[in-house]
Design a protein around this ligand. Structure first.
Ligand SMILES: Nc1ncnc2c1ncn2[C@@H]1O[C@H](COP(=O)(O)OP(=O)(O)OP(=O)(O)O)[C@@H](O)[C@H]1O
Length: 246
């Protein structure tokens, strides 16, 4: 039987002063699928991403990736283990071109212009390939700060994909993005998933979540309250209650 376990947590807890952001969250995402993590504002989704990617330390609990403990690992070690991520507030280098941004994802920024030879050429080709795949190849020589918000989000994703992660965590990919780009992101997620990449997507846009996800986990107050396929989640009373307060 194939391994279906992807990123998973056991009793993950994190408090900021008196605010309990994660309250013993036990979650299991599925390998090879498009997973979504949804929930009302402040329900702990970003804190969850930050804990499982090593950006912040949980107070207690455990994180595993495909059965391997990654709880106390540094962010770069978690990336090496196969988990890449984007950020809600989009992290790109504003004064670097799109192409250099993608290259910087796999080599130190200071070396970008210095490296020569076949490997560098190969990397440039791959970087251009990702820009093309994301539909922003025409912006290769444009500085990131001169690109639209949506284009910057695609650029950030190109950088993450340049690291060839087996699993991609997307933090609000639709936030502030126009409908045309939104369609592109949805299509891309499905295509990349069909090629074998696992996704975990934190997102408020329910159209996107419902159209791309195989498996949805719903958070409320720092822990999961429901999980299942879109058809089930859409009509789950606990979910409606958490969102609508009914
Ligand atoms: N660095 C921090 N310091 C203090 N409180 C924090 C910090 N980060 C998050 N919190 C609090 O923890 C709780 C969970 O926040 P978090 O950002 O994880 O939720 P979220 O589900 O991602 O929300 P949103 O959907 O609005 O992005 C909130 O009450 C938030 O105010």
């Amino acid at each position: 039987m194939t391994e279906v376990r992807s990123l998973a947590t056991e009793s993950l807890t994190k408090a900021f002063g008196g605010v309990v952001a994660l309250d013993g969250a036990t979650v299991e995402f599925r390998h090879g699928q498009v997973n979504a993590l949804i929930g009302p504002n402040g329900s702990g989704k970003t804190t969850f991403f930050n804990c499982v990617t090593g950006m912040i330390r949980p107070d207690s609990g455990q994180t595993t990736y495909r059965g391997r403990d990654i709880t106390r690992k540094a962010p770069h070690a978690i990336v090496r283990a196969g988990v890449g991520r984007t950020f809600q507030l989009c992290r790109v280098f504003p004064r670097m071109t799109a192409l250099d941004n993608v290259l910087a994802a796999v080599r130190p920024a200071g070396l970008t212009g210095l490296l020569r030879g076949a490997r560098a050429r190969d990397e440039v080709d791959r970087a251009r390939g990702w820009l093309t795949r994301l539909g922003i190849e025409h912006l290769a020589d444009v500085e990131a700060r001169n690109m639209s918000w949506g284009q910057q989000k695609l650029l950030e994703l190109a950088g993450v994909l340049m690291g060839d992660p087996e699993t991609v965590l997307l933090d609000e990919p639709a936030g502030g993005v126009n409908p045309a780009l939104l369609d592109r992101i949805g299509t891309l997620v499905r295509e990349l998933n069909a090629e074998g990449r696992t996704f975990v997507i934190v997102e408020h846009n329910m159209d996107l979540v419902m159209s791309v996800s195989d498996h949805i986990v719903v958070f409320d107050r720092g822990r999961p309250i429901a999980e299942g396929p879109p058809s089930l989640i859409r009509s789950d009373e606990r979910v409606l209650g958490a969102y609508l307060g009914v």
